[in-house]
Design a protein around this ligand. Structure first.
Ligand code: ARG
Length: 576
C-alpha cells in the first residue's frame, strides 16, 4: 500500500537510515512541525536516538542519513544544533496530498491509517445515567466525551459498539418501590417523573433515618423484584420507561445515539454463571460473614467484593457479567469505560479481577475525566452535582442568539434560530472536549461563547469564512481536487504543513483517548487559515493558477474543519 501523509515522509527517512547501514529504533521515527519557519517544514530527532546505539556522534549520523535522503521529496535538508534533521518537502507532495484529501477525505484518511477490511472491534460504555434520577454532570461529560471517542475510533478504523449501561438495577429500586406505594401519587409521577421519583427517594432516606426498619422493607421489595413479582416488575418497568423519555430528550438535543442499551438489569440472569465460575477457579474466596471477595495484589487495598453476605450481587458483579458478555459476543480488541475519576479505584480493581478470571484478551481501559468546575457561580445547577441540562442548553442557545445579533450576522429569522441552536450545543460540547479530560473541566460562559480564542463559535466562523470564499468562487471540493498547489508565500506553506497534521491529531487522540488533541489541532489550523486569509487575496490572486492553488487550500481547511468538528459531535453552520 502506498504510504501517505507523514507516513510517506517517515518511509523516506527509514529508507535513508537503512541505506546508511543502520536500523530504525523500535520506537519509530517522530516527525514534528518545525517550531520556527525558516528552520524547515519538519524536524526529526532520530539521529540523537540512533547515536546511543550506534555509539556515534549524532551530527555525523545525521549527515549520513542526509546523504541518502531522496533529494526530490526532501528538496532541502539541514543539520541543526546537536543533530536535528530539518526537512523541506517538495511542493508536489503537498499538492497531491491536498488534492486527494479534497477529493474524498474519508478515503484519504483510511489510506493514511492503512485501514484493513477486517476492522478491530471496540466496545464502549458511555453516558450510563441512573434511572429515576436526573442526569448528573458526570453523566453529561461521559455522554459528550464518549460520543467523541466513538466517532474518533470509527474514523481511525475500528468498528465501535456504543452501549448505554444504565443504572437500572440494585436495592435502591426496592426502596423506591416501597416509597411509591407508601407516599407516591402515580398521577404526579406520570406528569413529572424524575423530580417526583427523586423526592420519593429522598423521603425514603429521611424516614429510614428515623426508622431503620424501612431499610429491610426496601430490601424485601427488591428481592421480590428479583424473583419476578409481577406488581413490582410493572412498577419498575414504568419507572424505567418514564426516565428514558426524559433522558432521550437530552440525547436528541445532543444528537447522541447508542448502538445498544443494556443496563445493569440486563445482567441479572448472567451473574450466577460468573459467580460459579469464579468460585470454581478458587478466585472468589470467603470473606467476612460469608461474603465472597477477591483479595488485591496490593495488600493495602481493600479486597473487591463480588457477593454480599446475604447472597445478593453488587455493582461489581454486574460489571464482571458485562465484560464476559461483551467478550463472548464480540471478542473485542478494546473495552472502554468512559467514567468519572471518582471510580478510579473501582475500575482498577474490576480490571484486576477480570485478569485473574482470564475473562478476556481485550484491553480494558478506564477513560477517566475530572469534575466540572463552574467559574461564573450562577449556573442552573441544583445541589452541586445535579444539573438541569435542558436549562443549560436553553441558556446556551439564548446566549448564542445574542452573540449572533451582536455580530450583526445577516440571516433570516429561521436561519438565525438554527444558528443559535448549532452554536449553543456546539459551545457546550467544545468547552468539554477542548480541555484535557484528566484535569478538572472549567465552565465559563464568556469563554465558551465568543468569536475569539479557542471556542466553538471561532472555529465555526472560520469554517463559514472558508465556505463563503468557495461559494463566491463558484467552485466545490470535487473541482478543487483537480487544482495544483503553488506555495510561494510563507502563509501558504505553513497552511499546507498544518493540513498534513490532521491525520496525526486523530491518531494521537485515539491512542490517548483525548479528543482535546483534535480540538487543539483545529484551533491551530483556524489560526493559520486566518493569517492566510487576512494577508493574501484568494479570488483576486495575481494569476489564475495562484487563485486555484489558494482555493484548494481553502477547500482542504473547510473539509478538515467540518470533519474534525464532526468527530467532536459538533455541527458546522454553512452561513454565519
Ligand atoms: N451508573 C453508574 C453511576 O452513575 C456509572 C456506570 C459506569 N459504568 C460501569 N461499567 N460501571 O455511577
Amino acid at each position: 500500500m502506498k504510504k501517505r501523509n507523514l507516513s510517506a515522509l517517515r518511509e523516506g527517512l527509514r529508507e535513508a537510515i537503512e541505506k546508511a547501514g543502520m536500523d530504525v529504533p523500535s520506537g519509530g521515527i517522530h516527525i514534528e512541525k518545525s517550531k520556527t519557519p525558516g528552520f524547515g517544514h519538519f524536524a526529526v530527532n532520530i539521529a540523537m536516538s540512533l547515536a546511543g546505539r550506534e555509539k556515534g556522534d549524532p551530527r555525523a549520523i545525521a549527515e549520513k542519513i542526509k546523504a541518502h535522503l531522496d533529494p526530490v521529496l526532501f528538496e532541502k535538508v539541514e543539520i541543526a544544533g546537536p543533530g536535528f534533521i530539518n526537512l523541506w518537502v517538495e511542493q508536489k507532495f503537498y499538492s497531491t496530498e491536498c488534492a486527494d484529501l479534497a477529493a474524498d477525505l474519508e478515503k484519504y484518511l483510511s489510506g493514511v491509517f492503512e485501514i484493513q477490511k477486517k476492522k478491530p472491534i471496540m466496545l464502549l460504555d458511555t453516558s450510563h445515567p441512573n434511572i429515576a434520577k436526573p442526569m448528573g454532570v458526570h453523566h453529561l461529560l461521559s455522554t459528550i466525551i464518549g460520543d467523541a471517542v466513538k466517532k474518533i475510533y470509527k474514523r481511525f478504523g475500528y468498528q465501535v459498539v456504543n452501549d448505554n449501561y444504565l443504572g437500572d438495577w440494585g436495592t435502591q429500586f426496592g426502596k423506591l418501590i416501597y416509597a411509591i406505594r407508601q407516599w407516591g401519587d402515580m398521577k404526579l409521577i406520570g406528569k413529572n417523573p424524575i423530580p417526583e421519583l427523586l423526592n420519593l427517594y429522598v423521603k425514603f432516606h429521611n424516614e429510614a433515618e428515623k426508622d431503620p426498619g424501612l431499610e429491610d422493607f426496601g430490601r424485601a421489595e427488591f428481592k421480590k423484584l428479583e424473583k419476578g413479582d409481577s406488581e413490582n416488575r410493572k412498577l419498575w418497568e414504568f419507572i424505567v420507561a418514564k426516565s428514558m423519555v426524559e433522558f432521550q430528550k437530552i440525547y436528541d438535543r445532543l444528537h447522541v445515539e447508542f448502538d445498544m442499551i443494556n443496563g445493569e438489569s440486563f445482567y441479572e440472569n448472567k451473574m450466577p454463571a460468573i459467580l460459579e465460575y469464579g468460585r470454581k477457579k478458587g478466585i472468589f474466596i470467603d470473606g467476612e460473614q460469608g461474603a465472597w471477595i477477591v483479595p488485591m495484589e496490593n495488600p493495602d487495598e481493600p479486597p473487591a467484593i463480588v457477593r454480599k453476605s446475604d447472597g445478593s450481587t453488587l455493582y461489581a458483579t454486574r460489571d464482571l457479567a458485562r465484560i464476559k458478555y461483551w467478550e463472548d459476543n464480540w471478542h473485542p480488541e478494546l473495552m472502554v469505560n468512559v467514567v468519572d475519576v471518582a471510580q478510579e479505584l473501582y475500575f482498577k480493581q474490576l480490571f484486576e479481577v477480570t485478569d485473574k478470571l482470564g475473562l478476556t484478551k481485550a484491553k480494558n481501559v478506564h477513560v477517566k475525566f475530572g469534575r466540572m468546575q463552574f467559574e461564573d457561580g450562577k449556573m442552573s445547577t441544583r445541589k452541586g452535582n445535579i444539573i438541569l441540562l435542558e436549562e443549560v442548553l436553553d441558556e446556551s442557545e439564548d446566549r448564542a442568539m445574542k452573540l449572533a445579533e451582536e455580530k450583526g450576522i445577516e440571516l433570516s429569522a429561521d436561519e438565525r434560530k438554527e444558528l443559535a441552536r448549532i452554536m449553543g450545543v456546539g459551545a457546550i460540547k467544545y468547552n468539554v472536549l477542548s480541555q484535557n479530560r484528566t484535569t478538572n473541566i472549567t465552565f465559563n460562559w464568556d469563554k465558551m461563547l465568543t468569536f475569539e480564542g479557542n471556542s466553538a463559535p471561532y472555529l465555526m466562523y472560520t469554517a463559514a469564512r472558508a465556505h463563503s470564499v468557495i461559494r463566491k468562487a463558484e467552485t466545490d471540493a470535487k473541482e478543487a481536487a483537480k487544482y495544483t498547489l503553488e506555495l510561494k508565500e510563507p502563509a501558504e506553506t505553513q497552511l499546507a504543513i498544518e493540513l498534513l497534521l490532521y491525520a496525526d491529531s486523530i491518531r494521537r487522540a485515539a491512542q490517548e483517548f483525548k479528543p482535546n488533541l483534535i480540538a487543539n489541532y483545529l484551533y491551530e489550523l483556524a489560526q493559520e487559515f486566518n493569517v492566510f486569509y487576512n494577508n493574501l487575496p484568494i479570488l483576486q490572486a495575481d494569476s489564475e493558477e495562484l487563485k486555484k492553488s489558494r482555493l484548494l487550500l481553502t477547500v482542504c481547511v473547510l473539509k478538515i474543519m467540518e470533519d474534525g468538528l464532526g468527530l467532536l459531535g459538533i455541527e458546522v453552520p454553512e452561513k454565519m
